[in-house]
Design a binder for this molecule. Structure first.
Ligand code: 13P
Length: 250
């Protein structure tokens, strides 16, 4: 079964609402003509979601959030819930990004709680997995991504696994310009796909220094269904070019 193609931009802590508006002024006309063969997602900071939701409402570009809480409401100062995101037009949510695991106490357990909530609330979770440089050097890459994948989807019915996406983001490749070789990324991503039953139609995205220059070399691989793009998603012209090239090669 073939998985659909997704290119998602994770803006991290970049762009004010005004900068978000300026991005869309340039970006939206560039991608308007692209066919439906590619799902485009932009995940801006929370403070830009309302504006982005309004700008994207009549377009084919989908809106993502970068995290959320697993509870629907309550005394969780500073947190944002799935219904709050849905109300703003959010359809996708990045969960378990390595930066949140490293700096914000995200764990396999909280990722799993959030995956269940996202699915119950009709959001597409984009679950991030990936190894550190030390784990790679120790030959522990496959064990790491398999255990993160199994933990993230623990208790999720097999039928729901077609409604999720996974991003393989080797931590040493994020923001370093040192992208993982496509052949090796594809090998790890095939390992992720086999980690649990039911992932044959699940989009698995590569993330880590993906650019308009290297995107085609990933898209031609059998187990790579798209990208989760950080730095290269911030420039409207550059990101539109990356998406065009992904669409051609998918
Ligand atoms: P870069 O594309 O900047 O390496 O970031 C990747 C990433 O972390 C996307 O979530």
């Amino acid at each position: 079964m073939n998985a659909r193609t997704i290119i998602a931009g994770n803006w991290k802590m970049h762009k004010t609402a005004a900068e978000t508006a300026a991005f869309f002024d340039e970006f939206l006309p560039r991608v308007a003509a692209l066919g439906a063969e590619i799902e485009i997602v932009i995940a801006p900071p929370f403070t830009s979601l309302q504006l982005a939701g309004e700008r994207l409402a009549e377009t084919r570009v989908r809106l993502g959030a970068q995290t959320m809480h697993w509870e629907l409401r309550g005394a969780f100062t500073g947190e944002v819930s799935a219904p709050m995101l849905r109300e703003l037009g959010v359809s996708h949510v990045i969960l378990g990004h390595s930066e949140r695991r490293a700096y914000c106490d995200e764990t396999d357990r909280t990722v799993n709680l959030k995956v269940h909530t996202a699915l119950a609330q009709g959001l597409v979770p984009i679950v991030c997995v990936g190894e550190t440089l030390e784990e790679r050097r120790a030959g522990a890459t496959d064990d790491r991504v398999v255990s993160q994948t199994r933990a993230a989807f623990h208790g999720v019915p097999e039928a729901d696994l077609a409604k999720v996406a996974i991003a393989y983001e080797p931590i040493w490749a994020i923001g370093t310009g040192q992208n993982c070789e496509p052949q090796e990324a594809n090998r790890v991503m095939a390992t992720i796909r086999r980690a649990i039953d039911g992932l044959s139609a699940t989009p698995i995205l590569y993330g880590g220094s993906m650019t308009a220059v290297n995107v085609a070399s990933y898209m031609e691989r059998s187990d790579i269904n798209g990208g989760l793009v950080g730095g290269a998603s911030l420039d409207p012209d550059g990101f539109a070019t990356l998406i065009e090239r992904a669409a051609v090669s998918s």
